[in-house]
Structure formats: structure tokens, C-alpha cells
Design a protein around this ligand. Sequence first.
Ligand code: NDP
Length: 327
Amino acid sequence: TQAPVNVTVTGAAGQIGYALLFRIASGQLLGQDVPVKLRLLEIPQAVKAAEGTAMELEDGAFPLLAGTDIFDDPKQAFEGTNIALLVGARPRSKGMERGDLLEANGGIFKPQGEAINAGAADDVKVLVVGNPANTNALIARSHAPDVPADRFTAMTRLDHNRALAQLAKKLGVPVTELKKVAIWGNHSATQYPSVQHAEFGGKSIAEAVDQAWLENDFIPTVAKRGAAIIEARGLSSAASAASAAIDHVYTWVNGTPAGDWTSAAVVSDGSYGVPEGLISSFPVTAKDGKYEIVQGLEIDEFSRTRIDASVAELVEERDTVQKLGLI
Ligand code: NDP
């Protein structure tokens, strides 16, 4: 039988962690034949809560769960890890400037990058969920010089899934009919959910819906969905975020179907005018355990403007963390 895959989850006692851990334990992260060992990282004040979650994981009697360990030290938590899900982050509090938020997160993602560099398994794959996810991933990556750049990713799969759901509803088709939807740029309100190349049942989505609906309804609905859920639920969209994290890693390991792609924030190679080294969302395919940016797409004028605006925000965030000495 296969040795368990080590999965480290930070912020394990948080809301997303609570939804995520049970799905990992049940085999949905990697597949139904892959045993997993969970390594939970929390800040010292939250270790006790993480222990409670670990008790519940034990009580799930999951056949694929080979054990759960809890740490408050990143060096230990990332030792030998194959999959690192960086969920814990400093939440935006009232009156906090963006620079303060980035600085607080630098204090979290710098040591985590260093710990991944020092001790993670050679095949480590990192997904950053904690916001601002793209720039937190950039910080972690810049402190892990020995880890190949393409192992650091940030999550825009929730935005991708939200876009699929809105389009399926609008077109009256199941999500399985939709192909080649893409999220570009930052996981923030400036993100650009694009249907320029998207298809449903082989037909063009861009031709089937009008531009006014895309601009005034679809794009803002996808970009502001998180706020709408907080408004309705009184709590953030933790379960759908956890579900998207599962999808992101599952696809990374198991691949995208032929003729389709998904969205993920990956290190830019300069494609589509996105400055090299930025962690920005692109349409990506996955094969043999690697995400690759889909190449050679024609970008229309509307898309160009939207992509540039979101990328400009990423450049600003990068410049801020650079000035703060975090990268
Ligand atoms: P959540 O589990 O709800 O969220 C964690 C992070 O995910 C936040 O940065 C949040 O961003 C982000 N996020 C990304 N996408 C979404 C989405 N769709 N919906 C909601 N959140 C999203 O936060 P909790 O406060 O419940 O838990 C955080 C835990 O992390 C705490 O237990 C804390 O102790 C821990 N922590 C651990 C650290 C560590 O291990 N070193 C460091 C810091 C915190 P946003 O803020 O924008 O909502």
C-alpha cells in the first residue's frame, strides 16, 4: 500500500479549516485510494481549538486518514510536507491600512516560506488561500528560493467556480457543459472573470449573452459574491472556499480534461503582458502534476483593459511588500 501523503493545513482551527479538513480526510483532495496524514499549524492561542477538530477527525474513523498532528511552529509543521494549504492569515480589521495588512501577513508568510524551503518534501505543492492570497503567495515564494517557482500558487478557483455557476444559471445548462471560462489577475474585486473564449455545448458563450449583462451583472456578481454571502449568512463563505481549495489541488495532481482549462494564480512567465514573477490568475491546464499557463490566446480590447487593471493592483501590492522589505 502507498505511504500517506503529508498535507499541512495552516489556520486549521478557523472556519475554512473546519470545512476543509473533513473533505481531505475523506479522500477528496487527492483521490479515493490515497492515504493522507494531516499536519495542522495554528497560532498558540488556537492550538486547543485545533485539538478539538482533531478529536472530531478521529471520530470520523476515516479509512484514508493515517493520523493528525498539531503544531504551533512552522518549521515542524512543514517538515516533509507534500501539499501545503496556507489558509491562516491576518484578517482585515476595521481601519487597517492595506500596508498594515500586508505587513502583518508578511510576518506570517515569510517564516512559512522559509520553513517550506528548509523542510518540505521535494515534490511540495503550495496553495495560498489566506488573503491577500496572491501577494501572500509572493511573499512565501520569495523566501523559498530552493523550491521551484511553479510550486507556489494562490486560489482563484472559487472565483472560477462562482463564474461557472452564474453562467450555468444564465444559460440554463449544467456546469458540466461549460468550458474555457477564465479568471485573470488578482483574487480581489479587480479580478476579471472572462468568457471571451468560453463555450457551452461547443457554442460561444460570448456570442450567447450580451455585453451589458457581462459588464453590469456577471462580472460584479462574481467579484462581489463573497460580500453577498457575508451579508446573507452573517459569516464568510468558508465552505465554498474549502471546496474550491479541494478542487484546486485535485486538479493540480490529477489534471484538467482535454479541451478545457481551469483558473489558478501561478507565477507569471511574462505571458499576456503580466510582469514576470507576479502571482496572477490565468487560464491554466494541469498535466503530470504541473499547472501551465494556456498560451497563445487572443485577448480582445475589453479583456485587455480588465486584465491590465487587475495586474496593476498586483504590481502595487508587490511594490508595497518590496518597500516593506518582505520580499
Ligand atoms: P477563515 O478560515 O474564514 O479564513 C482564513 C483566510 O482565508 C482569510 O485570510 C480569508 O480572507 C481567506 N479566504 C479566502 N477566500 C475566502 C472565502 N471565499 N471566504 C472566506 N475566507 C476566504 O478565517 P478564521 O478567522 O475563521 O480562521 C483563521 C484561522 O487562522 C484562525 O484559527 C487563526 O488562529 C489562524 N491563523 C493561523 C496562522 C498560522 O497558522 N500561522 C496565522 C494566522 C492565523 P479574508 O480575511 O479576506 O476573509
